[in-house]
Design a protein around this ligand. Structure first.
Ligand SMILES: [Zn+2]
Length: 358
């Protein structure tokens, strides 16, 4: 949902964006790339860190873009004009979503040599989740997702038919995941040309998202955990139907308040900004307001996730948005149920609704 208080943030580069296939320096040795996405969210930011590994000069890439011809062509332009003749040494991926990991397999293969592997660095949880999801038989969508949404009140047959048909959605953007990787964990440190970048694990958006903080540069590569204009998607999905990701997400962003207020935040979507603490406070307030709305609605009558959509999102949604919104609504319901403020009620119609406790 768009941020109504965006003006509290400061965009350090104003409206300047890197042109397609080119990069822009945002901090010493840190360059910004922007690639298109075929969604309502129409772009992703990627980062290049000037690096040196085992005495070899080159680049560390952070995130990849989805696998399609347009993104590969943009990367080719970047290789030709932006690398100062140096190789890519490794590929860091913040999390397993297609826009972040899609081309990791291609980038790692392209920059590996007989002497030296260009390795993928990622959390173990997200590497495994990506490997599983990229196999069409075990991926997202399909019959299991349709059943899950139906249980939460999405009963419209044409929507369910479209969800069923989307079984290979992830694999279409992530056809392969590198077979080997190096594990990133919370508290780990990446040395990038003499500068330390600290790994910060975050939960609730992806299985185990890794953000990178460089204290010396006062820069945070926030991935999708903190975005300036839209709120991070926090969804329950059919593979983990009882999850409570909103509680995890709120805990994760609260921990980021320990970082200095003046940190330059490099988000995966939107523009680099300062105002990290203000943005975290806005996100906390946003979710508290949604939780209050859900609680109020369920006090009047038991509601399913589907019955909450118009109330929470206040606009008609297409199918792609509806599935995201359903996941978000369920995340809010589960947080309130975990706190004992709502109780699930299983209806005779097979739909799960929630009513206020006591
Ligand atoms: Zn994501």
């Amino acid at each position: 949902m768009a941020n109504p208080q965006e003006c509290a943030l400061h965009y350090r580069l104003g409206d300047t964006l890197p042109a397609p296939g080119t990069s822009l320096e945002v901090a010493p040795g840190v360059r910004w790339l922007r690639m298109g996405l075929p969604f309502a969210l129409d772009h992703i930011n990627l980062w290049m860190l000037r690096d040196e590994q085992e005495g070899r000069a080159g680049w560390t890439l952070v995130d990849c873009g989805i696998d399609n011809a347009a993104t590969r062509a943009l990367w080719e332009q970047v290789f030709a004009s932006e690398l100062q003749g140096l190789p890519v040494l490794r590929v860091v991926v913040t999390h397993m979503h297609p826009d972040h990991i899609g081309l990791a397999h291609w980038l790692c293969e392209r920059w590996s040599t007989p002497e030296r592997d260009c390795r993928l660095w990622i959390s173990a949880t997200d590497w495994n989740a990506a490997r599983v999801a990229s196999q069409t038989t075990t991926g997202f969508g399909g019959e299991s997702a349709a059943r899950f949404f139906a249980r939460h009140g999405l009963v419209d047959e044409s929507s369910l038919a479209q969800v069923r048909a989307r079984g290979s959605y992830y694999a279409s953007m992530v056809p392969a995941v590198p077979a080997r990787y190096r594990r990133l964990m919370d508290g780990g440190v990446l040395q990038v040309r003499g500068r330390a970048w600290h790994c910060i694990a975050g939960y609730g958006h992806a299985p185990e998202h890794i953000a990178l903080h460089c204290p010396e540069l006062a820069v945070l590569i926030s991935g999708d955990m903190v975005l300036p204009r839209i709120s991070t998607n926090v969804s329950v999905i059919d593979l983990e139907p009882e999850a409570s990701p909103l509680a995890l997400y709120l805990r994760s962003i609260a921990q980021m308040l320990a970082l200095p207020a003046q940190t330059l935040v490099l988000p995966s979507h939107g523009k680099p900004f300062t105002g990290l603490h203000a943005r975290i406070a806005q996100l906390q307030q946003h979710h508290q307001e949604r939780l209050a709305e859900v609680l109020l609605a369920c006090a009047e009558a038991p509601h399913s996730a589907a019955e909450l959509l118009m109330l929470m999102f206040k606009r008609p949604l297409d199918l792609h948005q509806t599935t995201f919104a359903m996941g978000e609504a369920i995340a809010h319901l589960h947080l309130l149920a975990d706190e004992g403020r709502l109780l699930p009620v299983n209806g005779d119609d097979g739909v799960q609704r929630f009513r206020t406790a006591a």
